[in-house]
Design a protein around this ligand. Structure first.
Ligand SMILES: [Fe+2]
Length: 202
């Protein structure tokens, strides 16, 4: 979710000396539960996290350690959305900076909505969170109204939904087009990847 204009007015996040520092899975889930009471938003964040991790491992051939950073950025990208709606995503950035977390994770979170936060995606982790965020939400919304959920869902039906402005109207189609144009990937492939890797996340 990337509504609201809240430019961050800075381009450096965290400190290079914290490279490699992460929250443990337990610490990350604790933060998620404390900051995000809304179960539906929690699920969105877990789904983006799962897709990010799978993409890193399968498409980028990263180590488990790097893939964990992709997962963590996905998991926490909307952490301050409910608690600090006027300060999304400034608050989660501050929290992770205070906890000395790897600057790449913080930059990735900061670049998940360039039009809203004013931060351009730089590396593939940044670019893919921007690609996945809105599309993941739209695909899940589509699953919720299908009698069989994710079962049998294909890219064609999702593309139809993308062309129907009234469906999941809060999902910004221009952001999706812009995000994909910054990568070498096809929309169909990305949709299929998201379906496959978020369908079992609960
Ligand atoms: Fe999001």
């Amino acid at each position: 979710m990337t509504q609201l204009n809240h430019l961050l007015f800075k381009s450096e996040f965290g400190s290079p000396q914290n490279a490699g520092n992460v929250l443990s899975e337990g610490e990350a889930m604790k933060l998620l539960k404390e900051w995000v009471p809304n179960n539906r938003l929690q699920l969105h964040m877990k789904q983006v996290a799962a897709v990010m991790k799978s993409w890193a491992l399968i498409k980028e051939n990263t180590s488990e350690e790097i893939a964990y950073k992709w997962w963590l950025a996905g998991l926490l990208h909307d952490a301050d959305w409910e608690r600090y709606p006027d300060l999304h995503c400034q608050k989660i950035i501050e929290e992770l900076e205070n906890r000395n977390i790897d600057p790449e994770i913080i930059h990735c979170i900061a670049s998940h909505g360039p039009r809203y936060f004013g931060i351009e995606p730089v590396n593939n982790m940044d670019k893919m969170i921007y690609v996945f965020d809105e599309l993941s939400g739209l695909i899940h919304a589509a699953a919720l109204i299908r009698p069989t959920g994710y079962e049998g869902m294909d890219a064609k039906s999702i593309k139809k939904k993308l062309k129907t402005p009234s469906f999941a109207a809060q999902v910004n189609r221009d952001d999706i087009t812009d995000a994909i144009s910054r990568t070498d990937n096809e929309l169909d492939d990305i949709i299929n990847f998201i379906i496959e890797h978020q369908k079992d996340i609960a």
